[in-house]
Design a protein around this ligand. Structure first.
Ligand code: ATP
Length: 334
């Protein structure tokens, strides 16, 4: 049974995990926490380089048959560390390399760790807010037009002097909220906007509003917008399931609001387990395993990374295209 090592390094976390067909064998990570402000790319890369050996030592519970890595999307300097580590390992161990789209990995680990079959997927993380469903390949039904939900949450948390990542701390503070304050609710068709609501919440704080009320009202508005768009995607696609993935999926109030909508619609609700919600190496290993079965491997000298990529794209395809290889449609969709 093939054992795959997965390396994640797109943003704040350096992670490594191993999977085979029957089990998730390991999942280890270290998160870079900026002393102040948001992620500084060069500092994050330095963190990743510093912890890589230790994380790999813990995660490599068996000899891997192939190594998968997050090839896109992400912060250039952070992706670069993953590419370096993978190149070194693959050359030393003489094993093939599998490039993985980080967004697709967030989705696929949701499928592996829940019993969802064909859901509308709500992907909410620091860098992304997308409502996605499978229709001859992944299609984005709605998304944020500006700031991602996790990023908006982190920005408000920073304003409240909370350290990164702010999500869990803001969630705790919101529990103490007593009254709902009016905030912008911006849904445009199937898309959302979170930048105006952050500015509004900041002004309320500057005007003396209670932090707990602001946190509570911010969450209620942001989450309601997401539930509305996801509900419409369920109605449009006729898919009777919702799957929440990405770091923000750990928020209990978000889960509760989705659960209410699903029970009103007779839809089933799934959420990725907390261990696999944020960036992690096991999800990359799992997506690597799926791609190994298709033969989507590259050699260490072909390793490349891309800062931008949508959910319907495979880095494998781009790497082949860079080398002038003619593509078949099976390279793009399953
Ligand atoms: P991407 O995966 O799109 O590249 P990322 O690496 O920042 O972005 P994740 O690791 O999936 O994303 O998620 C991190 C985000 O999840 C942060 O914005 C963090 O604040 C948020 N988050 C984590 N726990 C919670 C929580 N309990 N409530 C709300 N947000 C949360």
């Amino acid at each position: 049974m093939a054992k795959i090592l997965g390396i994640e390094s797109t943003a704040h976390s350096f992670g490594a995990g191993m999977v085979d067909e029957s089990a998730i064998l390991s999942n280890v990570r270290s998160m870079y926490e900026p002393t102040e402000g948001g992620i500084r790319p060069s500092e994050a890369a330095r963190h990743h380089r510093g912890v890589a050996d230790k994380i790999l030592e813990k995660a490599m519970v068996a000899a891997p048959d192939a190594v998968a890595y997050s090839a896109s999307p992400g912060i250039g300097s952070c992706l670069n560390v993953g590419a370096e580590v993978v190149g070194r390992l693959a050359t030393e161990l003489k094993i093939p390399v599998i490039p993985v789209n980080h967004i697709i990995a967030h989705l696929e680990i949701g499928f592996r760790t829940t019993t969802a079959k064909d859901p509308v997927v709500v992907f909410v993380s620091g860098g992304n807010t997308q409502i996605i469903a499978n229709h001859k390949g992944w299609k984005i039904f709605g998304e944020t037009l500006d700031t991602a939900l996790g990023n908006a949450i982190d920005k408000l948390a920073r304003k409240l002097d909370m350290s990164h990542p702010g999500g869990p701390k803001l969630e705790k503070l919101a529990l103490q909220g007593q009254k709902i304050l009016e905030m912008p609710y911006v849904v445009k068709g199937m898309d959302l906007s979170y930048s105006g609501i952050f500015t509004h919440a900041s002004r309320l704080l500057e005007g003396g509003a209670t932090p707990a009320d602001v946190a509570f009202s911010f969450q209620e508005h942001c989450f309601a917008m997401l539930v509305e768009v996801a509900e419409r995607a369920v109605a449009h696609t006729g898919k009777p399931e919702i799957l929440l993935v990405g770091g923000v999926a750990q928020n209990k109030r978000l889960f509760e609001m989705f659960k209410i909508m699903c029970s009103e619609r007779g839809a089933e609700m799934f959420v990725v387990p907390a261990e696999f919600a944020g960036d992690n190496g096991a999800m990359i290993a799992h997506s690597g395993l799926l791609r190994l079965k298709k033969g989507w491997t590259i050699k260490p000298e072909q390793i490349a990374y891309f800062q931008r990529m949508r959910v319907n794209e495979e880095p494998y395809t781009r790497i082949l295209a860079k080398r002038g290889t003619k593509l078949s449609s099976t390279h793009i969709f399953e």
